[in-house]
Design a protein around this ligand. Structure first.
Ligand code: XIL
Length: 388
């Protein structure tokens, strides 16, 4: 059941204004207050209480769910403590970068699987599932890509890449993000397609082709379409949900071997337009196509949240729990992965640094690998989720 009434109420947080560009501020007397609709602050007594010390992977497994995280190989090689935390909390591992074109393809005729293989072995050795990210994307292409790939040879490169990489890991992959972020209405193309090299060279047919080729090379892996900006009640996200749903409908109606939607879930701590009903109904619609759903890259961007660690952590935690309680209500959701495990190693340190220069805190463990209230929020969401 959803807790709509408290989700939609507004609450007020007393904060200093430093580092809060972009958030909604209202002046009250001499003080300034920021509005955050969230249960954490709505209910100051919200305690994120968790029973027991069981790790996230166990709580998820108790509900038929998989929990895991992204990591880079060098983080694990150089950091025994992070390795230990990952082993204890996670049931699934996804390489954060090592299976992208720029890591795998040093030259047009060369594949380098060294780092990907290390991570696959790490996962297998530790009884974790292994996930592939990503075969077809518009970013992180190697230097040579622009000079070498063109309209004439794009299909050959696409087919060769997908075949080689999926064959290499066939039998080891739980799931593959075959295509990542193919829709971007802001690019202005008819149909909402992203102006990616793949679209420009091959038109929208590249999507279907990618799934056909992947299914042939690795018939066992779950084939996922992964997308961002689906989570909020804003015109941009609404448009994207509509277009993505149409794309999935079309692929399914043509018998394309696609098995799941990946909802990236890079949540924004300051975003106030969260509508549980709309998100929930989108997930139902996806499920009704016979597709599974994975939360593939969850974290909470705290760039515009207060400086105070206490307040910031509570808002981040509330975002985790409020979001996951809606998402996990849908039984087609089978897995949750955070994009990193500890604030020690997060892409957001570079991508969304804070203006007050304090380190970002977007993940369930802090930079000392201690569980934060965000961890409790995740544990609670798993504990309260219906069984699947
Ligand atoms: C990010 C990685 O975390 C960074 O290390 C890298 O520099 C850029 O890519 N959506 C995706 C992921 O699908 O591949 C991105 O990962 C984060 C956004």
């Amino acid at each position: 059941m959803l807790k709509n009434s408290s989700l939609s109420r507004r609450c007020f947080l007393h904060v200093s204004l430093s580092g809060l560009a972009g958030a909604t501020a209202v002046a009250v007397g001499k003080n300034r207050y920021l509005m955050y609709p969230c249960q954490a602050l709505d209910k100051p007594k919200r305690d994120f209480e968790v029973h027991g010390l069981a790790p996230l992977r166990k709580r998820a497994a108790a509900k038929g769910l998989i929990y895991g995280a992204a990591s880079m190989q060098d983080y694990l090689v150089s950091d025994k403590n992070l390795e230990a935390s990952l082993k204890s909390e996670c049931n699934i591992l996804v390489p954060e970068n090592e299976l992208k074109w720029d890591f795998l393809r040093p030259a047009p005729n060369k594949f380098d699987f060294t780092r990907g293989d290390w991570l696959a072995q790490f996962a297998i050795r530790n009884g974790m599932l292994f996930r592939g990210h990503t075969l077809v994307w518009h970013q992180q292409q190697p230097q040579w890509f622009k000079e070498v790939v063109n309209r004439q040879n794009a299909e050959k490169f696409l087919v060769e890449h997908i075949t080689t990489v999926t064959k290499h890991y066939a039998g080891q992959m739980h799931s593959w993000d075959v295509v990542n972020e193919a829709i971007e209405p802001n690019d202005g193309l008819k149909g909402g397609w992203r102006r990616s090299p793949w679209f420009e060279f091959l038109g929208s047919d590249y999507i279907e082709l990618a799934y056909q080729v992947a299914a042939q090379a690795d018939p066992k892996a779950m084939l996922v379409y992964n997308e961002n900006d689906l989570e909020y009640d804003t015109p941009k996200h609404e448009t994207k949900r509509t277009i993505v749903l149409k794309l999935l409908e079309r692929l399914k109606s043509r018998g394309t071997p696609i098995h799941a939607l990946g909802v990236q879930s890079h949540l924004m701590g300051h975003e106030t337009h969260f509508n549980p009903k709309k998100l929930r109904s989108f997930l139902s619609n996806v499920a009704s196509l016979g597709l599974k759903i994975l939360v593939t890259e969850l974290d909470v961007i705290d760039q515009q949240l207060p400086s105070s660690t206490y307040e910031r952590d509570r808002i981040v935690a509330a975002r985790y729990e409020d979001y996951l309680s809606v998402v996990l209500d849908e039984r087609a959701v089978i897995a949750v992965l955070t994009w990193g495990l500890s604030d020690r190693r997060t892409w957001l340190s570079m991508f969304t640094p804070r203006s007050d220069k304090t380190p970002v805190r977007p993940l369930p463990l802090d930079s000392n690998l201690q569980r934060k209230v965000a961890w409790n929020a995740m544990a609670r969401a798993f504990d309260h989720a219906p069984k699947r």
